[in-house]
Ligand binder design. Structure first.
Ligand SMILES: Cc1cc2nc3c(=O)[nH]c(=O)nc-3n(C[C@H](O)[C@H](O)[C@H](O)COP(=O)(O)O)c2cc1C
Length: 366
């Protein structure tokens, strides 16, 4: 029987247990994207709370159009690298590994200190409305279509940021290919109506993700952990489905593996959700069937189901989001048999900043 408290290896790296903190945006960096002391305390809390792996919030990768939110952290300047170093050191001192999530917002663009003009796969804005948790923007701006040079800038930004992250001491890289951000936009037939090498067929739509993985791998060397987070749905359109179904998803997973990814992180509202156009598989089960990759799964993992999920996906890391927000010491609580709290969304209102969370905790005495 698999035990979520046992060590697990992703290639050369050993995690003290199977639990990862899911990446969660908190828009709490300095205005120039530098991670600060508040963020260091925040991440240290989860490391002390027992998470074997911390994944940072989505972090922007270039000074063109990658930033999506005000006070989002970056990893493109010396001060960004220095800020992250402190966070990495504190996570390590508390016994956790820590990966950075590299993210290009693309059309899912609410604020950017370098430009007012989003760039995307095509001139198509996201469905729905911008996320109030992350800013005051009321409507999406329509992105301009990325040309080949813009795409080159994206790829170089990911590669350079990955090298910066390695220099800051991170244990690995998670590329954000999920939830409606840029790489996911290229994969999506809603966002991508290009008629060049980056649009149309699944192979073409996956080309940007593949090229980013390859460039990141090249930047950090062979033995350094590199993976990609993948979903079908987006934050404002959780029901989106790939027209190519489970078979198409399998092809994407194989393509990123062949480009140099050594893990894939699937995310859905529920690990078990069967949401392909046909069939009864989940994202996680399709990815688990692909050989030669480590796996991380996410969606609805909590105190009642973690053991079953760990058994179903032997060797996989289990990434926990909302239950971790409610219980930064989720893993320690499980170990001690203590009660696990439900997330009170008031904690993230009116904005999902760490300052608002701390004010809520003080008020609640938690
Ligand atoms: C406040 C908040 C911020 C999030 N920010 C990110 C992010 O930066 N990158 C990402 O890939 N997912 C992000 N997510 C999604 C979570 O990583 C996770 O996939 C989602 O909460 C579902 O997992 P859960 O059921 O364990 O909560 C965020 C979720 C929340 C609640």
């Amino acid at each position: 029987m698999s035990d979520t408290m046992q060590t697990v290896n992703f290639r050369s790296i050993q995690f003290p247990n199977r639990f990862a903190l899911a990446p969660m945006t908190r828009t709490s960096a300095e205005a120039d994207g530098t991670p600060n002391a508040l963020m260091a305390e925040h991440y240290e809390r989860y490391a002390r709370g027992g998470f074997g792996l911390i994944i940072t919030e989505g972090t922007y990768t270039d000074d063109k159009a990658s930033q999506g939110y005000a006070n989002q952290p970056g990893i493109i300047s010396d001060s960004h690298i220095e800020g992250w170093k402190t966070i990495v050191d504190r996570a390590h001192a508390a016994g956790s590994k820590i990966f950075i999530q590299l993210m290009h917002a693309g059309a899912q663009f609410q604020a950017n200190r370098y430009t007012d003009q989003p760039l995307g796969a095509s001139e198509i804005a996201p469905k729905g409305t911008p996320l109030g948790l992350y800013g005051d923007q009321q409507t999406w701006r329509t992105p301009s279509t990325m040309n080949e040079n813009d795409i080159k800038v994206v790829i170089e930004g990911f590669a350079r940021s990955a090298a910066n992250a390695k220099a800051a001491g991170f244990d690995g890289i998670e590329i954000h290919g999920a939830n409606g951000y840029l790489l996911n936009q290229f994969l999506s037939t809603y966002f991508n109506n290009r008629d060049d090498n980056y649009g149309g067929t699944l192979e073409n739509r996956a080309r940007l993700a593949v090229e980013v993985v390859r460039a990141v791998r090249h930047a950090v060397g062979d033995s350094y952990p590199v993976g990609i987070r993948l979903s079908q749905g987006t934050v404002t359109d959780p029901e989106y489905q790939l027209p190519e179904g489970a078979e198409g998803f399998r092809q994407i997973v194989e393509a990123v593996r062949d480009a140099g990814a050594d893990f894939v992180h699937t995310t859905d509202s529920d690990v078990h959700r069967q949401n392909f156009v046909s069939g009864d598989q989940s994202l996680a089960s399709v990815a688990a069937d692909v050989e030669g990759l480590d796996l991380m799964v996410n969606g609805g993992i909590e105190e009642t189901n973690h053991q079953d999920i760990a058994n179903q996906f032997p060797g996989a890391l289990l990434a926990v989001g909302k239950k971790a927000l409610a219980n930064p010491d989720f893993v320690q609580r499980l170990k001690d048999g203590k009660e696990i709290a439900e997330l009170d969304f008031q904690m993230l209102l009116p904005k999902a900043t760490i300052t608002n969370e701390l004010a809520w905790r003080e008020q609640k005495g938690s």
